[in-house]
Design a protein around this ligand. Structure first.
Ligand code: TTP
Ligand code: MG
Length: 363
């Protein structure tokens, strides 16, 4: 049985705005357009306080102002939300390398081969997002993406919902058809005309009827989805080509101890990075930039890829010895490339994840 987690940030754009305008906490806040309800534009999102007045995404700002005259209107700052989004994704990827990016404020993780209870994993993610980013999210964990996504929405904000297959009749069937992934306003209307309002009523409709009404492909999708069945894999897309780390010194130096210690530390971090991703590297390159901004690199390629720190350290230092280090150094860096998934090598904990191969199945 698979174990899939879906995470969705709570009132995302509004929550990010509240971090820098803490005085607005607890107030009705609407983020959209240029933040001016007298001008054209739609609501991107609203705080839960504003939602209580009926304000929601995609509504004209003018309408939002009518529904909630006291709301504070803020302009959209997409750059800031993207930065925070990347931080969320990097926390998630650190905890589980098999991640599907679901959009600016959501993602799926495949926890099938992760240790720990679902409660503990979800609690750990929430805690990191709260303490490091000052934000809350809602999490659903279920046997597939379809159910995990519905689950993450069931107890917003700051929710955690764990669904099992046997919970489908009680928890999923009473929901309106629109809650089903892949059901939009048109299908909702079509189903409504057939007297079908809830997911359970789709499940109770004969599959032949669904196929007659919606065609073979979509009809059978509706039949399966209404029963909570979904075998779509995560689309990870994410295949790093190289991993690099570098450091700029406070003051230029050509002290061998400083240079070699720094390089050792960078090699350690870069090796950690690839190990976390279940990868091994073939090429180890050292980069040195001198105070006059000349940049040089020295690299070595191994016959076989490795994630063995002692081998990587040895190569990094022998590369460093190949530089002319008479001029003081401003920046030193290491790059590991020629990355390959580490095959079932039990000496490395992350490398033993069999699902790692999935990263490469779905490029
Ligand atoms: P959502 O996750 O749909 O909404 P949300 O995070 O604001 O609130 P919830 O707690 O219900 O998850 O969308 C994420 C962000 O995407 C949202 O903060 C703003 C943006 N967005 C738009 O710009 N326009 C839209 O129509 C929607 C739905 C979202
Ligand atoms: Mg959200």
């Amino acid at each position: 049985m698979r174990r899939i987690l879906h995470l969705d940030m709570d009132a995302f754009f509004a929550a990010v705005e509240l971090r820098r305008h803490p005085e607005l906490t607890g107030k009705a806040v609407v983020v959209g357009g240029r933040g001016d309800p007298t001008r054209r534009g739609v609501v991107s999102t609203a705080s839960y306080e504003a939602r209580a007045f009926g304000v929601h995404s995609a509504m004209p700002l003018r309408t939002a102002k009518k529904l909630c005259p006291r709301a504070v209107f803020l302009p959209v700052d997409y750059g800031e939300y993207s930065r925070v989004s990347a931080q969320v994704k990097s926390i998630l990827r650190e905890l589980c390398p098999i991640m599907e990016d679901g959009g600016i404020d959501e993602a799926y993780l495949d926890l099938t081969h992760s240790d720990g209870t679902s409660e503990a994993i979800a609690g750990g993610i929430k805690e990191r997002i709260r303490s490091e980013l000052g934000l809350t999210c809602s999490i659903g964990i279920a046997p597939n993406k379809l159910l995990a996504k519905i689950a993450s929405d069931l107890q917003k904000p700051d929710g955690l919902t764990i669904l099992h297959e046997e919970d489908v009749p009680a928890r999923i069937w009473p929901l309106p058809v629109r809650k089903l992934w892949g059901v939009g306003p048109k299908t909702e209307e079509h189903l409504g005309a057939m007297g079908v309002q809830t997911i359970g009523e789709i499940a109770a409709t004969a599959p032949e009827t669904l196929i007659r009404e919606f065609g073979r492909s979509y009809g059978s999708f509706l039949h399966r989805a209404s029963r909570g069945l979904d075998d779509r894999p995560l689309v990870t897309h994410w295949v790093p080509k190289s991993s690099s780390r570098e450091t700029t010194f406070q003051r230029d130096t050509n002290d061998w101890h400083t240079l070699s210690d720094t390089l050792r530390e960078l090699a350690r971090k870069a090796t950690d990075d690839i190990r976390k991703d279940g990868l091994k590297a073939r090429t180890i390159t050292v980069k040195v930039r001198t105070g006059d901004f000349e940049t040089h690199t020295r690299g070595k390629t191994l016959k076989e890829a490795t994630d063995d720190l002692s081998i990587i350290l040895r190569l990094a230092l022998s590369n460093l010895l190949r530089f002319d280090l008479r001029k003081p150094v401003r920046l030193i860096g290491i790059r590991l490339d020629g990355l390959h998934p580490a095959p079932g090598d039990s000496s490395s904990p992350s490398a033993s994840l069999p699902v790692q191969l999935r990263l490469w199945d779905h490029p």
